[in-house]
Design a binder for this molecule. Structure first.
Ligand code: PGA
Length: 243
């Protein structure tokens, strides 16, 4: 496990963007696992800048997003597909056919989860998975539970997650209560993982993830078992760590 402590959000974003850019530099047809939320926005901005400056090329890159709200179509401004278009995809040269996000409108959720798992496997798995972390220690929408969920699955969101995500909605009652999320095995099978966290509200989750016992109650803690995981933290998110 590698822990990189950075001064602030900007430096965290730059560092994370460098890690992603290096991955693409080393392997042009990299398969990236991507995250949404407030945390990676700065990283996506940096990556767009690298692309515009000719430093990286997404032509042969494939992406898999971690999760999508259930019941929202890709045109919905609150969907994660929309987020990805707005924050990243519209400004780079990823091929649309190489972009994968769970279908939040799928009638048969279980078939959609199977399709996503099979697609991940068929593509050979993720080279580099980017993660944020919830205040409750979730990764993707793997919420605290009595067991780790293995593959892509339908999930009822935690009250804490719904409350945290309400900041993105005009009306808190509009926050979806369910989602489709990659599972812990999907994430753990990535060759490399980079987890980003900033701000004091993530400090407890980061401490439990890195220094606590491995438990499905803190889903991110399973990353202690990953052979190539890097935590990129700002000072505040790292502030409760022992060392
Ligand atoms: P945030 O969400 O980046 O908006 O804090 C992270 C997460 O819930 O995984």
């Amino acid at each position: 496990m590698k822990i990189i402590k950075t001064k602030d959000y900007e430096m965290m974003s730059k560092k994370a963007a460098f890690i992603v850019a290096s991955q693409i530099g080393l392997k042009k047809d990299s398969i990236l696992g991507l995250a949404t939320g407030g945390t990676p926005v700065g990283m996506y901005q940096e990556l767009i800048r690298f692309y515009q400056e000719g430093m990286i090329d997404f032509e042969n890159v494939t992406t898999f997003n971690l999760d999508e709200y259930y019941g929202l179509s890709g045109d919905d401004e609150q969907s994660y597909r929309y987020y990805m278009e707005e924050n990243f995809f519209k400004d780079i040269n990823l091929k649309p056919e190489n972009i994968h996000i769970p279908d939040g409108m799928a009638d048969d959720v279980s078939a959609e989860c199977d399709r996503y798992n099979q697609l991940l496997e068929a593509e050979g798995g993720i080279d580099l998975q980017v993660l944020g972390i919830g205040r409750n220690g979730h990764i993707g929408f793997n919420e605290p539970d009595t067991e780790f969920k293995v593959g892509t699955h339908f999930v009822k969101l935690d009250d804490e997650t719904i409350e945290a995500n309400a900041r993105f909605f005009d009306n808190p009652e509009d926050v979806p209560q369910t989602a489709i999320s990659m599972g812990i095995k999907n994430i753990m099978q990535a060759k490399k993982v980079v987890l980003l966290a900033n701000g004091l509200e993530k400090a407890d989750a980061i401490k439990k993830t890195i220094e606590g016992s491995i438990s499905p109650q803190v889903p991110a803690s399973v990353l202690q078992l990953h052979p190539d995981v890097t935590f990129v933290l700002d000072e505040q998110a790292a502030s409760k760590l022992d060392s």
